[in-house]
Ligand binder design. Structure first.
Ligand SMILES: *[C@@H]1O[C@H](CO)[C@@H](O)[C@H](O)[C@H]1NC(C)=O
Ligand SMILES: *[C@@H]1O[C@H](CO)[C@@H](O)[C@H](O)[C@H]1NC(C)=O
Length: 351
């Protein structure tokens, strides 16, 4: 009897707890009308509401003809580059941040785009793309003009390898080009390499961590990389379900976050323009999570502040942020589209 009373008590307490959570978190279920009948727009917000879907972006979705793997934003030009895969489809689509379709790249030099990065927005913008394909342009990282003219190839195109001099890659996952011109590369997306490489502006190796494993500064499928304003490098170490942090100057290991990713690995790592939050995508659980970015020097434990819970099978992969407005763009492999989320506060700032 006493036992039974006890379990009723637990059930009731749990019920009340769930109710309170539902009320507190103000679960917003957005089933917006879809004027085009194509968009997959269901999502819920959990935790602090920071972003809402911009249903009007892009204006027409029929331009998405492949599987969308990556996005990159030029906040000064107001342009969004969307990388997609598929046979006989343009590999890069360019939209305005207002949702107008601008152009499709007419290049035959991309096999299977993975990571995409907009460098040098203020001066002479270029688009960097990592290619994980097996064709003659695969296993390389390429720099393009804003309209898709191939400018430079890093790595021995078409040839997977682990070489350092000259550089070779095997399914390079993502590149981050700092405003200083220094380059950070994670290689790769499930190939023979598990490396984080830092190159100088002149493409000389500055430091590298290249060991496969689950220990400190070892990787298993390093998938995304970004650098914060405090010279810390953040790597989504997908296969190990953690984010690892390094000193950008010395390459020293600074810490690791795992407790937020027990259910699903981090696929992306990017920062909001105010450097307050990391934007981390989890593909299998269909989530875009915002994590508190720790102050200088302290890595500590990770804390999820807000979650955009997408519908099943959306499969978000990589993200990028508009550094002017804070808008968040996400590449969705399963939904075969890119979506835009805008900050709740007016003017793009965060409360
Ligand atoms: C696209 O490329 C093909 C061959 O490379 C060329 O013939 C064609 O004119 C190009 N189209 C545009 C719009 O640039
Ligand atoms: C940006 O472009 C300018 C002008 O071409 C160039 O001098 C500079 O090195 C570039 N910076 C980066 C980070 O690529």
């Amino acid at each position: 009897m006493k036992r039974k009373g006890h379990s009723y008590f637990i059930v009731i307490t749990m019920g009340i707890g769930l109710l309170v959570m539902a009320v507190l978190y103000g679960t917003i279920n957005s089933q917006l009308p879809d004027p085009y009948g194509l968009r997959k727009t269901d999502y819920r917000l959990l935790g602090r509401p920071l972003y809402k879907l911009d249903i009007s972006w892009p204006k027409y979705t029929e331009h998405f003809t492949g599987d969308v793997f990556g996005v990159a934003v030029n906040h000064l030009a107001g342009l969004v580059y969307v990388a997609q895969r598929g046979d006989n489809v343009p590999k890069v689509l360019v939209f305005s941040t207002d949702g107008e379709f601008i152009q499709a790249w007419n290049t035959t030099t991309l096999e299977m785009p993975h990571g995409i990065f907009l460098a040098n927005a203020s001066n002479n913008p270029t688009v960097w793309i990592t290619d994980v394909g097996n064709g003659p342009y695969g296993h390389s990282i390429k720099q393009y003009s804003p309209s898709g003219k191939l400018l430079q190839v890093l790595g021995s195109a078409g040839q997977a390898g682990s070489g350092v001099n000259p550089l070779q890659f095997d399914q390079p996952a993502e590149i981050f080009v700092h405003s200083s011109g220094e380059i950070y590369i994670v290689d790769g997306d499930g190939g023979m390499n598990n490396r984080l490489v830092k190159l100088s502006k002149e493409l000389q190796m500055i430091w590298m961590h290249g060991e496969k494993g689950s220990g400190m500064a070892q990787f298993y499928i390093p998938h995304s990389v970004t650098v914060d304003n405090y010279q810390r490098v953040w790597v989504a170490d997908r296969g190990n379900k953690r984010i690892q942090v390094f000193n950008a100057v010395t390459g020293d290991w600074l810490g690791s976050w795992g407790s937020c990713f027990t259910e699903d690995a981090p696929y992306s790592v990017r920062l909001t323009p105010d450097q307050k939050y990391f934007v981390v995508v989890q593909l299998n659980t269909n989530q875009i999570s915002l994590l508190e970015a720790p102050p200088v020097g302290v890595i500590g434990q990770c804390r999820v502040v807000s979650v955009i819970q997408l519908a099943e099978d959306i499969k978000p992969h990589l993200v990028d942020l508009d550094l002017k407005t804070g808008a968040l763009y996400v590449a969705e492999i399963g939904a075969q589209q890119a979506q835009k989320f805008t900050p709740f506060t007016l003017g793009g700032g965060f409360l």
